[in-house]
Ligand binder design. Structure first.
Ligand code: HEC
Ligand code: HEC
Length: 208
């Protein structure tokens, strides 16, 4: 019986590793998406409509798996382009840093760490932890994400602080330097910061 169980566990492990390898291969092959600069929206004369269009462009970043994987509404981070539940299972724990004995920092270091064998890497950053549940985006519409970003109760940031966060926060910046085998977020952090500023300057309107 023991031996059967052992074989079974081995098979599941192998299948998991094979699955991960397949996924990293396809992610590495996918080209990075593009992001438009604020100038591309100047032709929209109506200021409110321009603001909404700017936010929709920013939405390409918010809803990209490199960002949303750390912004779930539930208790577990997501992984990969398919945004599946984190393997091995982990929970957010106090401050989003994982349960005692299974902290994010047990596996995630200060920087990305290439796998010893194979193509992928373990993502890393000194501040690696899960975003608070009230800042979760997975499964939400862009309109909902926009309203939540502007709601002081959930965002805990002014619009100016939000712009600064988008333009220069290190954990946000990781999204464009996600390590081997992972597709970066669209565009660049600089462009994302500029879009955020242009959105604020046009009145920070939300899509309906
Ligand atoms: C490793 C996990 C992780 C990743 C990856 C990540 N974030 Fe976050 N995010 C956080 C945490 C933690 C917070 C809470 C920040 C704080 O309290 O300083 C946060 C907060 C935010 C906020 C403030 C939300 C609000 O409602 O005010 C924004 C905006 C944000 N992140 C954008 C991004 C973007 C854009 C990306 C991808 C380019 C990204 N994040 C990737 C963990 C992450
Ligand atoms: C037991 C080890 C382990 C622990 C603990 C752990 N992780 Fe991970 N995590 C990994 C590995 C390995 C990967 C990379 C999987 C891959 O790409 O094949 C990963 C990937 C991720 C990703 C996916 C990045 C992407 O965009 O694809 C996120 C997000 C993440 N972890 C967040 C967390 C958070 C937050 C915690 C703590 C609450 C945590 N992890 C705890 C091992 C761990």
């Amino acid at each position: 019986m023991k031996r059967i169980l052992f074989t079974l566990a081995g098979t599941v492990l192998l299948a998991t590793i094979a699955g991960l390898a397949l996924e990293t291969a396809s992610a590495a092959d996918a080209p990075a998406e593009s992001l438009k600069a604020p100038a591309a929206f100047e032709s929209i004369k109506d200021k409110d409509a321009r603001s909404v269009a700017l936010f929709e462009e920013m939405g390409k970043v918010f809803t990209h798996p490199r960002c949303s994987n750390c912004h779930p509404r539930g208790d577990s981070p997501r992984q990969g382009m398919a945004m599946h539940i984190h393997q091995p299972p982990v929970v957010r724990g106090a401050g989003g840093m994982g349960a005692p004995g299974m902290r994010c920092s047990t596996c995630h270091g200060k920087e990305n760490m290439p796998f010893v064998t194979g193509e992928g890497s373990i993502p890393g950053n000194p501040a690696w932890r899960l975003a608070p549940a009230e800042q979760g985006w997975v499964g939400k519409s862009l309109a909902q994400i926009c309203q939540q970003l502007k709601d002081p109760e959930r965002s805990h940031m002014t619009l100016a602080e939000l712009q600064k966060h988008n333009a220069s926060d290190g954990l946000v910046g990781w999204g464009w330097h996600p390590g081997k085998g992972r597709q970066p977020a669209p565009g660049s952090q600089t462009l994302f910061g500029e879009l955020t500023q242009a959105w604020i300057d046009t009145g920070a309107r939300c899509p309906q």
